[in-house]
Design a protein around this ligand. Structure first.
Ligand code: HAM
Length: 432
């Protein structure tokens, strides 16, 4: 039979046998961000299109080429979120969270949608974990945020990640820089792609981020923002570096990092690896002091980052980092006959209520097939219930690895008896 359809290009399924890898990584991110004082925010997967157009920026690749935008039946233009920052900022503003005390620290897991050319590490639906901090201009906040990202990578035991930082200044220093960039790129007007030609007038900094090989070659010789920083931005950037030095976080200053979204000001940073091919940026972020105002709020200097979960898992895979599969089956209860099936059903439920992972037959297999299945799912113990066991209210539990067997009660003492058996078995294991 032919499938009526398959998954959409640039999307991935996470199957039950591999989801533990995602859960492991997500758990570490949750735990680590909690240590830094972040609490989770959840926002809708679609928003009014103007949020991203204004927030992410009209001259960015994301807004010009990559958004999944459609009109609803009610005639509104909505867009599937291409990233998490704009939606989180909108929610912070809409719920006036600044009145609850500053800084606000929010974390999120989001699926994002960008109509890009799919390749290894570049998807049309992908997942980000992000942290955002609202209401601080202190360089300590920039350094703390970078430390949080670094701690997550350390906990995940990811190596060979380079942290590259830069400052792209504020609107004040940006004016002179834009002038210099315009002068530079105007010499190459005949060679720039059409999108970059339109950017030349509106936002020449975006040309630095163009993916076309010709434009990026030209961009290599462009003036560097670090030569145009105002005194305040320069001081801020120096202070961020001091804090990072203090925390023992290794970084390099890379003046070519400008990031692909328009909201950034001052500090920007990326964690980059060479081990997963061309799409090596695992995490990107920075300060965005003007975004909240751009969206209609008061001046609320803010900053954040997002890391791509797919890319992160690719790196862990490439680096051979083992991820423990905690979804084990502790006990498989096999049953022969209808009454035994009912008993197995009841015992399984009772043990599960105590938090033990138990499985029993729910497809109607014969005894041999049940035992084969118990083996296949890697059950630690198995137990068979038949007429004899029902009669005597006793059953034999077998450790599937060692072959050791124990008799336990399957009457009202079952839970106790099972737990005792496990303790004895573990002691035996230790004694060996
Ligand atoms: P971004 O650099 O566009 O920044 O994306 C952040 C991360 O998401 C990237 O480093 C990458 O790991 C992952 N990513 C991006 N696009 C794709 C894709 N097509 N396929 C797979 N993974 C992808 C942002 O989105 C900003 N909102 C980050 C931020 C938060 N800045 C401040 N706060």
């Amino acid at each position: 039979m032919a499938l009526i359809t398959k998954k959409i290009k640039g999307t991935e399924d996470v199957l039950p046998k591999e989801s533990y890898r995602w859960q492991f990584v997500e758990n570490i991110m949750r735990k680590e961000s909690q240590a830094y004082g972040f609490r989770e925010i959840r926002t809708p997967v679609f928003e009014h299109t103007e949020l991203f157009a204004r927030g992410v920026g009209q001259t960015t690749d994301v807004v010009q080429k990559e958004m999944y935008t459609f009109d609803t039946k009610g005639g509104e233009s909505v867009t599937l979120r291409p990233e998490g920052t704009a939606g989180a900022a909108r929610a912070v503003l809409e719920h006036a969270l600044e009145n609850e005390g500053l800084p606000i620290k929010a974390s999120y897991f989001v699926s994002c949608y960008r109509y890009e050319k799919p390749q290894a590490g570049r998807l049309r639906e992908f997942h980000q974990f992000g942290l955002e901090v609202y209401g601080t201009q202190s360089p300590a906040a920039d350094a703390e945020l970078i430390c949080a990202a670094q701690s997550i990578f350390d906990r995940l035991q990811i190596g060979q990640l380079r942290l590259e930082i830069n400052s792209i200044g504020c609107p004040k220093c940006r004016a002179n820089y834009h002038k210099a960039l315009k002068e530079y790129f105007e010499q190459y007007k005949g060679e720039l792609c059409d999108t970059c030609l339109s950017r030349l007038e509106k936002n020449p900094m975006r040309i630095l981020d163009c993916k076309s090989p010709i434009c990026s070659k030209i961009a290599e010789g462009a003036p560097k923002i670090t030569d145009y920083l105002c005194e305040e931005c320069e001081k801020h950037f120096e202070a961020v570096q001091k804090y990072l030095d203090r925390a023992g976080v290794k970084y390099t200053v890379n003046p070519t990092i400008v990031r692909g979204l328009d909201y950034y000001t001052k500090t920007v940073f990326e964690f980059v690896t060479d081990c997963i091919g061309a799409q090596g940026t695992v995490c990107g972020g920075g300060r965005y002091d003007g975004l909240i105002e751009e969206l209609g709020g008061k001046h609320l200097p803010s900053l954040g980052f997002a890391m791509g979960l797919e890319r992160l898992l690719m790196v862990m895979d490439k680096q051979g980092i083992e991820i423990p599969d905690f979804n084990e089956c502790k006990l498989y209860i096999a049953a022969m006959g209808e009454s035994a099936n009912e008993k197995a059903f009841e015992l399984a439920k009772a043990l599960r209520e105590c938090g033990v992972e138990v499985q029993t037959d729910i497809v109607g297999r014969g005894l041999r097939a049940q035992m084969k299945y118990a083996d296949k799912i890697g059950a630690k113990y198995s137990m068979v219930i038949g007429d004899n066991e029902l009669e005597q209210n006793k059953a034999t539990v077998k450790n599937m690895n060692t072959g050791k067997q124990y008799e336990i009660s399957i009457d009202k003492d079952f839970i106790n008896s099972f737990m005792q058996m496990e303790i004895s078995d573990e002691q035996e294991f230790k004694a060996v």
